[in-house]
Design a protein around this ligand. Structure first.
Ligand SMILES: [Zn+2]
Length: 266
């Protein structure tokens, strides 16, 4: 068994849910991995992870393999810190634990929610419903995907961040495009900016960057093209005709009102 598991692509079922396909998950459960396989008794189950990520096909495979839709979890991944309304729900006991259905509600995975709802125990369904309403009342909370691996910073990116954090002179000469986050140094930077060789370090780590109207050349170009597109649309014969017709209707209406001796609107 251990031999067999070592030969597999994934160390455990959670990993297969995160990095594999429904087929990978099906194969592992068929090979004997328990569908509710988790390290600690309170950890989120593979089903919860799939529900949070909206992977309906994986959810179906796990449920078919006998995953417990009423399993409970306490989530210590830190992923739920992004939902400010969760604390209140727990404090008011409207939510007592996380379930697969609760994850689907929290992450707005409607298809998974509708699949799991009729399979979930009524009291837990009620809790997930409360969660779903709280989520709907906070449209500003747009969650990042559950357990999405964070991209590691490259060594160069780390060096850049370190230099900017440690040197006010560097922060003065390095600019950033607010749209694409690209960073570079102002081309007018002298050879020496703090007598500590920081300018040379900046030249080693960054490229020169000219911001026009706050934007880098690429973003400037893109926004100019977008403006051109809008202008072209406004000048299109159809748009011009529609405007003329609307104005003509308005003139006609004004004349009617004048004839009837009514006051003209603004
Ligand atoms: Zn840009």
């Amino acid at each position: 068994m251990a031999q067999q598991r070592r030969a597999q692509r994934f160390n455990d079922l959670a990993e297969a849910v995160l990095g594999g396909t429904a087929d990978d998950v099906r194969r592992m459960t068929a090979d004997g991995t328990h569908p509710d396989d988790r390290d600690e008794i309170n950890d989120p189950t593979p089903l919860m992870i799939a529900a949070a990520r909206g992977q309906l096909d994986v959810v179906e495979v796990l449920v078919s393999a006998g995953a417990d839709v009423n399993a409970l979890a306490e989530d210590f991944t830190g992923e739920l810190d992004q939902f400010p309304f969760l604390d209140d729900l727990f404090a008011e006991s409207r939510l007592t634990a996380m379930t697969a259905l609760a994850y689907a509600a929290l992450y707005g995975q409607e298809q998974v929610f509708h699949y799991l709802a009729p399979r979930t125990a009524p009291s837990l369904r009620q809790e997930a419903e409360a969660l779903r309403q709280a989520k709907a009342a906070h449209p500003d909370v747009v969650p990042r995907p559950y357990l999405e691996p964070k991209k590691p910073k490259s060594a160069r990116e780390a060096d850049r961040a370190k230099l900017l954090a440690s040197s006010a002179a560097a922060r003065k000469w390095v600019v950033q495009c607010p749209l694409c986050q690209k960073q570079g140094y102002k081309p007018g930077m002298p050879d020496e900016i703090d007598r500590r060789g920081t300018a040379a370090q900046i030249r080693k780590l960054f490229q020169p960057l000219i911001l026009e109207a706050c934007l880098c050349p690429q973003c400037c170009d893109k926004s100019a093209k977008a403006m051109q597109k809008i202008q072209a649309k406004l000048q299109a014969p159809q748009a011009v005709k529609a405007r003329q017709q609307a104005e003509a209707r308005w003139q006609k209406r004004l004349e009617e009102m004048r004839r009837e001796g009514r006051r003209e609107p603004d």
